[in-house]
Structure formats: structure tokens, C-alpha cells
Design a binder for this molecule. Structure first.
Ligand code: ADP
Length: 502
């Protein structure tokens, strides 16, 4: 492994990220860094080269059991849930500062582990620090209310909000550090303890974050991090009888498995799942902004974004202009290794994902849709895929219905401003995560926003990365809302107390 990291590809890595990636990795259980109970490890690939850059412990059911036991002890008898809210705020603020201080290192790890271009990773790290700060502020504001009751007699009745307990968090590989923070920050804010399982494709930044959490001074057992596969470690966490709540982000198919696994103890479940999100461009929109934004909506992060704008609806009057612009934008994007400063989009996460996206592209062509996007030759064994834009698709085609999770967009014209028709067409999907609307007519924008069945809508923007705005899905895009005040509901239970004063 160290020979791989000493190759010229990694020459630009800072000393601390190179040292961390090449180190002997352990999992964090009960404040100790440990190997898997089985002693097994698995390989971590750089998706930009296809080479193994690290090995991490292959945690299984036994390790999950130990981690849950540690989290239970930390919750029932440890200082964390009993700490004054202002002290929790202070620790979380310290964590945010440390994430920022380690920003370059975390971004470099992300570029190697996930493939993201360094500049994109850096912006993401800054966003995660802001998310921690936003959530930290809520620790002191989790009040219940007093309630005027109508039953006879004199009463003092009130509600309180209590931490739900031990939380299992299972996260995906597309934004490894942000996804960890989206989950950890609200859970920690309210006083929960956590077992976090990162995706097997991208375990490195979760482990690095574990060290930073230690450095910030969180008590042992509050955050436990178990690396392992979904079918073993993930499934064990979802099924564990002593886990009070499971929070999951990933595919809809896996989300359904999580729900099934949760039935044993009816743990609370929140899910942030897939999407097939529409972007609408009306003819009066500022096309200079809308066109590159529609391209970025699907090509950003190589399309590996649950809220990617994978269905592009463009008014017929401007269809050719916008779609040609999107194709041109895709063709000009520099696709390359995350550490290459010229790269604008990186590889897909794995060979499997690359093959899956290529299958969808081939299927689209077989089914009769027309594909645009310049063919490319990539000079490495990384899992690269060139951007594709499909036109002349039909509603029942797989590329139009299914989440591809790659840089592949279907562009459809619409003819008039029949809002009901446009909304009905866009809503003809099992998903409902996000919609983007481009128009200068704000009345039209608000009317369409009302008619779209999706958890988030952006007007004249694509996805606002704002911690205060709730995010989550309608329909099969999920249960619950992350970010914003709403996420606190996922990690707290409401208790009502009625005291007879008679
Ligand atoms: P993908 O198929 O693209 O890898 P998944 O939704 O399967 O996406 O993965 C997201 C996360 O869910 C990962 O951390 C993965 O290990 C985990 N996971 C996969 N299968 C299961 C499962 N059966 N039970 C619990 N977690 C799982």
C-alpha cells in the first residue's frame, strides 16, 4: 500500500493525509481504536486509479454488538446526555473548528477515498463545519411547552423533549464526510449516543473524523464507528434490539431492507433515499444562468447525488438552445482524478457503479432514445464515465424512470404553460426528493412549487446547501427531514407530564 501512495499520483498529498491513508486503520469502539473481532480487513480503492490505497477492519455483528453496548452505557450512565446543553454546544463548536482546521487533510482524504475533485471536497468540508455549528445552537433551545389542560381540577402540565437514546447511523459513499456530519451533528446536539457505519467504499474520512471527535474531547462511547459491509455490519446494526433509532441514507432498495430489519424492536427509522428529480426551464428564465446550472444539476459529483436533476424539462421555445448548452457544458467538463487540480468531475465510486451507469446508457440507446455527449478516452484505470444527455425518450424507458446515479440526464420538451399537466408529468415517479424551477415569473414558480410532490424545491437555483432548510423525501424518497429544526424531531421523543395540584 505504501508503495502505491509513494507513486507520483499522490505526490501532492500533504504529509498528514498521506500518513493517515497509509496507516494501520482501526475502528472506534468505546473510546478505543480496535481491530475487527474476526481480525478481518477489506480493501479501500482509489476510484480514480482503481488501486488499493488502504485496508480497514471488516466489522461484523460482534463488533456492532460491542459498539451498541458502548453507546448504551454512554447513554445510560455516561456524562453526555446529562451534560448541560451549553456544554454540548461548546464541544460541538470545538468540533466544527477542528473540522475546519483539518480541512485540507479531510479534503485530500475525500479526493482519494471518494474521487471528488479537491476543490469540490474543500467546499464540502466548509459546509460540514457550518452544519455542526448550526446544530450546536439548537442544544440550548430544545424546550418543551406548558399546556393548559381542560380536564377538571388544577394542573401543571408540560411537555419535554428527550434524546431518543442509542442511534444507529448508516451512510452512503457519495459525500462521505458530509453524510457523517448530517447524521452525527443533530444526534449529538440532543444528547444521543451513536454507532456510525460508513459505506464500505469510503470508510476513511469517517475514521479520520473519529480521531477529530476524540481530539475535541467527546466522552468515550458517545460516537462509535464500525467499518464493514452493508449485508453484515449494516444489517446487524439495523436489526439490533438495543438500538432505539436507525437513520439511513442510501438507495431505496436498501432503505426497504432497513425497515424490515427494524421490525424486531420497532425502532424509529428515518430514511433519505433516491430521487429522479425534475428541473424545469421556462422560456423567460435567465438562460445564461439556467443552462450551466441545469448541467451542473446532473453532472456535479458525476451525478452521484440523490437530488441530481436527472429529468430536465425545457419549454419547446428554448429547448434546442438549452439542451445544446447542457451537452456543450458536459463535453467541456474536465473529468479526472480528484487530486488533479484541473478536474471538475471525478470518477464514479466503483467499477460496479461504472458498469451500472454504462448499462443504463446502452439501454437508453437500445430503447431508441438519442444520446449526446462526446466520447472520451480516459488515460487511467479509474472508474470514469463521460456525461450523457438523452433526448427523444419515452415515459416508460428505464433511463427516464430509474435512478441512475451517474452523469446521465433525460431532456424533455414541454409545449405550453399548462401547470397541471407539467406537474402531473413531473410527479409521475415513485420518488419525490427535489425539484428545480427556472423562471422570472415568480407567480408561476410558486404555483408549480405547490404542485410538485417533493421535499425540497429551489427556484432559480439548484439545491441550496443550507443547514437551516429541511431536506428529505416525499413518496419512496424517504421518511423524515434532515437539517433544519425538523431533524431534531428524528432524535427526540416528546414526553407529556401532568401534575395534579389539587
Ligand atoms: P449502494 O448500493 O449504492 O452501495 P446502499 O444504499 O446499498 O447503496 O448503501 C448505503 C449504505 O447502506 C452503505 O453504508 C451500505 O453498507 C449500507 N447497506 C447496504 N445494504 C445494507 C443492509 N442490508 N442493511 C443495512 N445497511 C446496508
Amino acid at each position: 500500500m505504501s508503495t502505491v501512495l509513494s507513486s507520483s499520483r499522490y505526490a501532492s498529498l500533504g504529509a498528514s493525509s498521506a500518513r493517515f491513508i497509509g496507516s494501520a486503520h482501526r475502528m472506534l469502539i468505546d473510546g478505543r481504536w480496535v481491530e475487527a473481532h474476526s481480525g478481518k480487513t477489506f480493501d479501500v480503492f482509489d476510484p480514480g486509479t482503481g488501486q488499493v490505497v488502504a485496508r480497514v477492519p471488516e466489522g461484523g455483528a460482534e463488533d456492532i454488538g460491542l459498539a451498541v453496548r458502548a453507546a448504551r452505557r454512554a447513554f445510560e450512565t455516561g456524562p453526555w446526555p446529562r451534560m448541560k446543553p451549553a456544554e454540548r454546544t461548546r464541544l460541538l463548536m470545538k468540533l466544527a473548528d477542528l473540522i475546519e482546521a483539518h480541512g485540507d487533510e479531510l479534503a485530500e482524504i475525500e479526493a482519494v477515498d471518494n474521487g471528488k475533485p479537491l476543490a469540490v471536497a474543500r467546499r464540502g468540508i466548509a459546509g460540514t463545519a457550518e452544519m455542526v455549528r448550526y446544530m450546536a445552537g439548537w442544544a440550548t433551545k430544545l424546550n418543551g411547552e406548558t399546556v393548559d389542560v381542560s380536564v377538571p381540577g388544577e394542573w401543571h402540565a408540560y411537555t419535554s423533549r428527550e434524546a431518543v437514546g442509542v442511534v444507529g447511523q448508516i451512510i452512503p459513499w457519495n459525500f462521505p464526510l458530509s453524510m457523517a456530519i448530517w447524521k452525527l451533528a443533530p444526534a449529538l446536539t440532543v444528547g444521543c449516543t451513536v454507532v456510525l457505519k460508513p459505506a464500505e467504499q469510503t470508510p476513511l474520512n469517517a475514521l479520520r473524523l473519529g480521531h477529530i471527535i476524540e481530539e475535541a474531547g467527546f466522552p468515550p462511547g458517545v460516537v462509535n464507528i464500525v467499518t464493514g459491509f452493508g449485508a453484515t455490519a449494516g444489517a446487524a446494526l439495523a436489526a439490533h434490539e438495543d438500538v432505539d433509532k436507525i437513520a439511513f441514507t442510501g438507495s431505496t432498495a436498501t432503505g426497504k431492507r432497513i425497515v424490515e430489519a427494524s421490525l424486531g424492536n420497532l425502532k424509529k427509522v428515518s430514511l433519505e433515499l433516491g430521487g429522479k428529480s425534475p428541473v424545469f426551464v421556462f422560456p423567460d428564465a435567465d438562460l445564461e444562468r439556467a443552462t450551466p446550472a441545469a448541467a451542473n444539476a446532473i453532472f456535479f459529483n458525476a451525478g452521484q447525488v440523490c437530488s441530481a436533476g436527472s429529468r430536465l424539462y425545457v419549454h419547446r421555445k428554448v429547448f434546442d438552445r438549452v439542451v445544446e448548452g447542457v451537452i456543450g457544458h458536459g463535453d467541456q467538463l474536465a473529468v479526472g482524478h480528484g487530486l488533479d487540480p484541473a478536474s471538475q468531475i471525478g470518477p464514479l465510486i466503483s467499477r460496479q457503479q461504472q458498469e451500472r451507469v454504462e448499462r443504463y446508457v446502452a439501454l437508453g440507446e437500445e430503447e431508441g432514445a438519442r444520446r449526446f455527449g462526446a466520447p472520451r478516452v480516459f488515460d487511467s484505470d479509474g472508474y470514469f464515465v463521460a456525461p450523457s444527455v438523452f433526448v427523444d425518450t419515452a415515459p416508460d424507458m428505464a433511463i427516464r424512470r430509474e435512478e441512475i446515479f451517474g452523469p446521465v440526464v433525460c431532456a424533455m420538451p414541454f409545449d405550453d404553460d399548462d401547470l397541471e399537466g407539467i406537474a402531473a408529468e413531473a410527479n409521475r415517479t415513485e420518488f419525490g426528493l427535489f425539484a428545480g424551477i427556472w423562471t422570472r415569473n415568480l407567480s408561476l414558480a410558486h404555483k408549480l412549487a405547490r404542485r410538485i410532490k417533493a421535499g425540497s424545491v429551489s427556484v432559480n437555483a439548484h439545491m441550496v446547501n443550507e443547514p437551516a432548510l429541511p431536506f428529505g423525501g416525499y413518496k419512496q424518497s424517504g421518511w423524515g427531514r434532515e437539517r433544519g429544526r425538523e431533524v431534531l424531531d428524528l432524535y427526540t421523543s416528546v414526553k407529556s407530564v401532568a401534575v395534579s395540584l389539587d
